[in-house]
Structure formats: structure tokens, C-alpha cells
Design a protein around this ligand. Sequence first.
Ligand code: CUA
Length: 304
Amino acid sequence: MAMEMDILYLFITAVSAFFVVLVAALTLIFAIKYRRRHPDEVGADIHGSLVLELTWTFIPFVLSMVMFVWGADLFYRLARPPADSMDMFVVGKQWMWKVQHPAGVREINQMHVPIGRNVRIFLGSEDVLHDYSIPAFRVKMDAVPGKITTMWFKATQAGTYHIFCAEYCGTKHSGMIGEVIAMEPQDYEAWLAGGRSTGTAVENGERLFSTLSCNTCHKPDSTGRGPSLHGVFGSTVQLADGRKVVADENYLRESIMNSQAKVVQGFQPIMPAFQGMVSEENLMQLIAYIKTLKPAAPADAVKK
Ligand code: CUA
């Protein structure tokens, strides 16, 4: 979207520049043309002009609405990753970027991506506010502690592009840099094959789900002490306090780290909070796994 972004930016700059020049030039011309030539000159009595006032209200209104609609359209498309995206997990910490590929390969301060493919990034922070910025792609997103944010892009040209941390995050903030290496799809596959995978995010999440004993309470059916997590992602959850929430990534995140924040109706608040026990990377793996849990079979649902 870099080109679209640039055209919009150019349009806004051009409109602004045009009016700056127009107003400054007219100020100057009128100041000279209508200057007082004799000490006894008196200014004309002007009572305004409806036509003029309507014109200078209407034209800027139209221009600003064009900027608004155009910008909003671009913003919405940038804010919504397409469904066919490939998921990357990026965690910022003082002062590095940790990247995990869908196939499980990890890297630090580098991110290899195939060109022509939509890439969605789940972004987290282990300590303070960072900002994952890839200026060449015209994308940047805050990495916020306690929250998962998303961004997406589609690289169109193979090459190496800068990554910057764009949020002051401590003494070595300026060194929190890296590079995106956009590759032809077959080169990316070759690169992936050469990397050492420690299991995909989903596999790691599944392992964590049992090593952290999540599975002892969250059973696939409704017999566990905790709610079944099958089909929970994307569903609407009824909470004990009467609220209803949509189970997105941040709901799952909060329910793991700060389990008492939103207790599901019909269950006791007995789950321990995992804040400080699960790293951001592990958290993203757990969430990736929970997202794969399919809803229970219809017969099961009826029984419930
Ligand atoms: Cu991280 Cu600045």
C-alpha cells in the first residue's frame, strides 16, 4: 500500500501547500495594493459578501471530506489483515525483536518473508512500549505490554528493508533495529528449510497447554472445572457479571495472564493467573493453539 499511502500524502501536502501559497501571496499583494498612500485616506466600509463566505466554506469542506474518506478507507484496509494471511509472531523486548515464523523457525532482528503473500503480524511486548516500524512498507504498530496488536503487509519486491523501533524505549532504543528480507517464494521456502524449527506455534502451544496443566480443567467437553475452549475463539462469551464479550486474541490473553478479570458464567474463579509465568512468546503460542480448537460436535452442543 506504499504507493497509495504516498499518493494520499502527496495530495494532502499539495492541497496544504496550495493554500499556504495562496493566502501568503494574497496577504502580500493586498498589503501593497491597498496600502495607505495619504495620511487622510479612510478605508471603505465593507459589509461582507455571502457568495464569498459560502465559497470559502464549501470548497475547504469538500476538500477536507475527500481527505477524510480517502484516509479512512486506507486506514480501514490497513487495520484489517486479510483472512488468507500468513501469521508471524513478533515480540519486542529491550532491545531486540524476536520473530517466530508459522513453521516454527525463529530469528532475532531479522524477518524473512515471501513476496506476494499477505503477512499478518501478531505483536507483543515483554517489557515496555515499543513500535514495530517498516518505513519502506509504510506500516508501523505499537507493541504494547499487556496487549496483542496486529499489523499486516504484502511485500511486492524482493530486497532488504529497515525495521526500526519507533517508540522511545530506553537507552538503547536507537539500536533496536533490524531488517525485513523479502524473498521470492521459492527462496523463502529454501530459507525456511535451512532454519532450525522448534515446532510450530500451534505445536508449542499444544505442548504448553499440557505442561501448564491447562488441559486438566479445560476439557474438550463440558465436564471440566473450566469452560471448554473448543470453538471459543471468535464466539461471544457470557460472563458471570452479566457482560458479554467476543473472544478475540486479547480476551484469551487477558484470561490467561489475569484470569480473574473476566470470569465465564457458570464457573468459579479458581484459575490461577499466569502473569509472570508465561512469556509473551509462549502466550502467543498458547493463543495460536486455542484458536485451532474446533467447536464441539453438534450433538455435544445440544447436550449442553
Ligand atoms: Cu523499542 Cu524503542
